[in-house]
Ligand binder design. Structure first.
Ligand code: ASP
Ligand code: MG
Length: 691
């Protein structure tokens, strides 16, 4: 036996009733059916209205007539010939009884009308049908008697294929006709199912199952495929209209699964409510609300399937409401569900906000990271991801997964063969030759984020080939960290080029080491050599400080910026006036320092000349528009004396400044800020990963 229950909107008119008949016909092919129906939609409300009118009044007459017309109209559409006449007569006679019925019984007629029509129709379709009188069989608050009555009545009719019973109506133990409460047809169906030990209880309605919220209030609500009895009961008790709460218990006791299905979308599997094993930790099922119009408040209930951390969940609810600008008046938990009170006027927004937080978590993408280089930046990056991964995932929807981190020389080629497409190869080495792997990685569909400026300051053809590989394979090659660490220098210059800006000049004061050395030289009485030595001791220079002083680091940065601006600059195009000349090459480090010390008068003279002119020495890498230059630009790296009006005049320590003049930026674009530090660099690499 299977029990199928159809609600008011499923039987609202002849068209819908035809759908019901289709569904019942299919079900009857599987097994015997007990069909329980509501009154046609709006009918119960009309009957309650009717009962309030005065007997014999014109108003009552009008109401009766209009209700009768709706039903007779359905009959006219469903039947023809003698059958139409016979069924119409039955309905007419029921309306006659309704007119004479005591006011408190009027409400029980709606289900009589609907089930009479449907039972007759099924009989006409050829089913052996029997109409069951729920007023006799269903005894309110007496399940034992009810079950007995129903099972006996059905046992007497072994031939019947489809039983049809009105929902909602019953009688009291003493015999008086009554109802099971508004929405009570669901409950009737559960009683029939339990009495008949049905193997299936189907509640057919006008939504696709029990949803995570009322879809009329929360458009993003979605069907819950399966849920345990208790959660369904909690949702129904706290405002979910899709299921009448008392329905759950008889089904649960009898162990019958409740299928909530949509008459208008019969193929949708809807929701199955059954005895699921209780999970270790509760899972969020849905959010419902009941309105307290007197208090002007709405009680929101967030239902879970088992034990939850009530305190944490309350905090999350309150936080999601706060983000939506809604004040939580009260919030509590019973260890399974969360109850929050808000003002009635904001209930809709509140339900949507809570639903968003608990049921609309944006799908997360996982980024697989392969990190080359376990130096200071690599270590800081790994720490940063370990410590902030959860917060990052929450903010960006991106889950960072470190697949591997290595110092191994062959790491890049290993990654190329094992990493899935879409992974990110992170180069935080300062390897001279790792760039040879870049193109191959990009061609395998692996993205690259690099802080290794040596890898980008390669001959222009190689640089162009990497970019082409990235573009052709739909992957990215990002290296913001290579110039000015976390300062958005590369990005800003690329943005100008992308939008057709015409570059007039770039002045990049981007050598942390030289900025530090020159600014300190101005401020302290130490010799130039002493300051370089100190910078080296602090780890601020390359292992050989001559690399910094030669301007080679600045050259790499200038190449990167120029190319970003669309100028295919090569190292040979740049005129470099190093701080120290070629005579310093080939010396041991100690010989180098002694020579530098011996050169102090020259450094001192340059410094006092600048000072006398109220200027400061700055190590500037520049690219200036010049039609006579190699690509229409002149590129140079040298110490320049800048006066107080120059943006680089005031920079301190390892601070960087990049000054861009262009057609779009008549006042120079000034990018200035800290340019040094492992954590800063790691944050910039991370930013490239997340962009
Ligand atoms: N017809 C009744 C009502 O509207 C019972 C039901 O639909 O479940 O409340
Ligand atoms: Mg209903």
């Amino acid at each position: 036996m299977q029990v199928l229950k159809f609600g008011g909107s499923s039987v609202a008119n002849a068209t819908n009733i035809s759908r019901v008949l289709d569904i019942v016909t299919k079900a009857a092919r599987r097994d015997r059916v007990a069909l329980v129906c509501s009154a046609i939609s709006g009918c119960t409300d009309s009957l309650l209205g009717l009962a309030r009118t005065e007997r014999g009044s014109a108003e009552r007459q009008v109401m009766l007539e209009s209700l009768k017309t709706r039903h007779l109209d359905i009959v006219r559409r469903l039947f023809t010939g003698v059958e139409r006449e016979a069924v119409s007569e039955k309905i007419e006679s029921l309306f006659g009884k309704l007119a004479a019925a005591p006011e408190d019984e009027m409400v029980t007629y709606g289900e009589l009308f609907s089930t009479t029509i449907i039972a007759e129709k099924l009989r006409c379709e050829g089913f052996r049908t029997k109409w069951l009188d729920s007023r006799i069989l269903v005894i309110k608050d007496n399940p034992t008697l009810t079950y007995n009555n129903i099972s006996t009545a059905v046992a007497l009719e072994p031939e019947v294929e489809v039983f049809v019973a009105p929902g909602f109506i019953a009688s009291e133990y003493e015999g008086k006709v009554t109802t099971l409460g508004r929405g009570g047809s669901d409950f009737s169906a559960a009683l029939y199912a339990a009495a008949l030990k049905a193997n299936r209880l189907e509640i057919w309605t006008d939504v696709p199952g029990i949803m995570t919220a009322n879809p009329k209030v929360v458009p993003a609500a979605r069907t819950i495929p399966e849920m345990p009895y208790q959660a369904a009961l909690d949702m129904a008790t706290h405002g979910a209209k899709v299921l009448y709460a008392p329905t759950v218990q008889p089904a649960m006791e009898a162990g019958i699964a409740i299928h909530i299905l949509n008459t208008f979308e019969p193929e949708n599997p809807g929701t199955v409510v059954s005895a699921l094993p209780e999970p270790e930790l509760g899972e969020w099922m849905g959010v419902t609300s009941t309105d307290d119009t007197l208090q002007g408040e709405s009680l929101i209930c967030l239902v879970s399937t088992g034990r939850i951390n009530g305190e944490a969940a309350c905090a999350r609810v309150e936080d999601s409401l706060k983000k939506a600008g809604i004040k939580t008046l009260a919030c509590s938990s019973d260890g399974t569900n969360i109850y929050a009170t808000v003002r009635l006027a904001v209930a809709r927004e509140a339900l949507n906000a809570i639903h968003r937080e608990f049921f609309e978590m944006a799908p997360r993408t996982t980024l697989n990271l392969y990190i080359a280089g376990k130096g200071a930046v690599g270590t800081a990056l790994v720490d940063l991801i370990r410590n902030s991964g959860d917060r990052i995932a929450e903010r960006t929807g991106k889950e960072l997964r470190i697949e591997a981190a290595s110092n191994d020389h062959s790491f890049a080629s290993q990654v190329r063969s094992i990493a899935p497409r879409g992974s990110i190869f992170v180069d935080v080495t300062d390897s001279e030759d790792i760039w040879r792997e870049y193109e191959g990685l990009l061609r395998e569909g692996i993205n690259i984020v690099s802080s290794n400026r040596r890898a980008l300051a390669v001959p222009f053809v190689e640089y162009a080939a990497m970019h082409a590989a990235a573009q052709e394979n739909g992957v990215f090659l990002r290296y913001e960290t290579t110039v000015g660490s976390a300062l958005p220098a590369v990005e800003s210059i690329a943005a100008g080029a992308n939008t057709g800006d015409e570059l007039i000049s770039i002045e990049a004061v981007v050598s942390c080491t030289l900025n530090r050395i020159l600014s300190e030289y101005t401020l302290t009485p130490c010799t130039f050599a002493q300051i370089v030595r100190k910078a080296q001791a602090e780890g601020l220079t390359e292992s050989d400080p001559r690399i910094d002083l030669s301007g080679r680091e600045a050259l790499r940065k200038l190449l990167i910026l120029a190319r970003e601006a669309g100028v295919p600059l090569e190292a040979e195009d740049v005129e470099i006036e190093p701080v120290i000349g070629p005579e310093y090459a080939g010396l041991t480090l100690e010989e180098f320092y002694s020579k530098l010390e011996a050169d102090e008068p020259r450094f001192a003279a340059l410094e006092s000349a600048a000072d006398a002119a109220h200027q400061r020495q700055r190590f500037v890498a520049s690219l200036v528009k010049d039609p006579a230059g190699p690509h229409g630009y002149r590129a140079a790296i040298r110490v320049q004396n800048v006066d107080a009006s120059h943006p680089a005049y005031r920079i301190k320590g390892t601070e960087n400044a990049i000054i861009v003049r262009s057609a779009y930026h008549p006042y120079p674009l000034l990018i200035q800020g800290a340019g040094e530090g492992a954590i800063l660099a790691a944050s910039s690499v991370l930013n490239d990963i997340l962009k």
